[in-house]
Design a protein around this ligand. Structure first.
Ligand code: 4LI
Ligand code: NI
Length: 188
């Protein structure tokens, strides 16, 4: 089971590497890792598990965050967060995207970042993605809203990119051209 002590923090070199493609069939080790990433995000949204294991809530986590430089991440939105998405993405890619951008009005947080970093993080508003599941079966889906933001945030981790790299250093809250603000809270 993944705990906060297993999550590497900003400054760790693995967070700045390009993660390696994963080969199929998955090794037992890779399969366990993918399942544990999903388990973490599910548990991290469960009040009892948060308290018991001192978890920090998240909707996504990527393998490099547990110091494994492989192209795997998990995203989970609970049904009552208004979204309904639970995916393990292996070797994910964005195959097309909107011209329109989007950003979280409250900024982004990351399990590997222990400080509050204010600012808008410009993302694509809508993306079409491809990835493989645990069985190596490729799937394709369209995402918008928070799931699209989370997918781009996690894909960045596989490329050594942190969310704050995208924040305008001169004015973190500078208006982003052709962008929609996403202000709906995740849970609560
Ligand atoms: C409790 C139970 C306010 C501040 C609002 C909490 C269940 C920030 C938002 C959650 C912010 C759940 C989140 C992300 C932000 C802020 C991630 C709470 C978990 C909100 C997820 C990957 C960026 C994703 C919306 C600096 C760990 N998550 N909030 N950003 N939630 N959560 N990101 N932004 N401002 N990060 O952090 O999982 S994309 Cl679901
Ligand atoms: Ni992150």
């Amino acid at each position: 089971m993944i705990l906060m002590k297993d999550i590497v923090r900003e400054g760790h070199p693995t967070l700045r590497q390009r993660a390696e493609e994963v080969k199929f069939p998955l090794s037992a080790e890779d399969k366990k890792l993918a399942e544990e990433l999903m388990e973490y995000v599910v548990n991290s949204q469960d009040e009892e598990m948060i308290e018991k294991y001192d978890l920090r809530p998240g909707v996504g986590i990527a393998a490099p965050q547990v110091n494994v430089a492989k192209r795997i991440f998990a995203i989970h939105f609970d049904e009552d967060s208004g979204e309904n998405l639970s995916i393990i993405a292996i070797n994910p890619k964005i195959v097309s995207h909107s011209v329109e951008k989007a950003y979280l009005a409250s900024g982004e947080g990351c399990l590997s970042v222990d400080r509050f970093i204010p600012g808008y993080v410009p993302r694509y508003a809508r993306i079409t993605v491809k990835a493989s599941d645990l069985e190596g079966k490729e799937y394709k889906m369209r995402l918008k809203g928070l799931p699209a933001i989370a997918f781009q945030h996690e894909l960045d981790h596989l490329n050594g990119v942190m969310f704050f790299d995208h924040i305008n250093p001169d004015n973190p809250f500078a208006e982003i051209e052709n962008a929609i603000a996403i202000s709906r809270d995740i849970e609560e």
